[in-house]
Ligand binder design. Structure first.
Ligand code: S3P
Length: 172
């Protein structure tokens, strides 16, 4: 584990963006949302990028945005749920900071997301099945890259943020 950025990874609906803001407040750092960085750089929403150019194009933009973080001072970074899919992203995460995995179950994730229309990978006819399968397929990747793990089920965003800060302080 190294200093640098504090990356929050985990499945859609784990609360990464909300928790990143709360953790940043507590640590006196700036929060960054990787999906927002991508949208700003592309001038389009994540959904538009998926619809028009497909997932591969989105993943290219995701890798570029992640690489761009190497030029920035320490930030708390909320990553998109699929950031762990590419080996180069996993290497970047490890190289650029400390990685915290926010864990969640598929049903809790879906309940938190509510309207899945902004999550192209869950927006099909069976969101529950898609979420269960995707989460199962990704668990191993989240674990392989994470330095630390914090469970989010049954916890408020504030409680998760407190747990993240405590866990990171204990480990650094
Ligand atoms: C994705 C998660 C989304 C977004 C995109 C793809 C994924 O981010 O990057 O829709 O592959 O899990 P959130 O995890 O912030 O929803």
């Amino acid at each position: 584990m190294s200093g640098g950025h504090l990356f929050l990874i985990g499945f859609m609906g784990a609360g990464k963006s909300t928790v990143a803001r709360l953790v940043a407040e507590r640590l006196g750092l700036v929060a960054v949302d990787l999906d927002e960085m991508i949208e700003q750089r592309a001038g389009r929403s994540v959904t538009e990028i998926f619809d028009r150019d497909g997932e591969d194009a989105f993943r290219d933009l995701e890798t570029e945005a992640l690489s761009a973080l190497s030029a920035l001072p320490p930030r708390v970074v909320a990553c998109g749920g699929g950031v762990v899919l590419r080996p180069e992203n996993r290497a970047l995460l490890k190289r650029l900071g400390t990685v915290v995995h926010l864990t969640v179950t598929a049903d809790v994730a879906l309940a938190r997301i509510g309207d899945v229309s902004t999550r192209p990978l869950l927006a099909g006819p069976s969101g529950t099945l898609a979420a269960t399968r995707l989460l199962e397929a990704r668990e191993r990747l989240y674990r392989s890259v994470a330095d630390l793990e914090v469970d989010t089920v049954g916890r408020s965003p504030d409680a998760v943020a407190d747990a993240v800060v405590e866990t990171v302080r204990g480990a650094r």
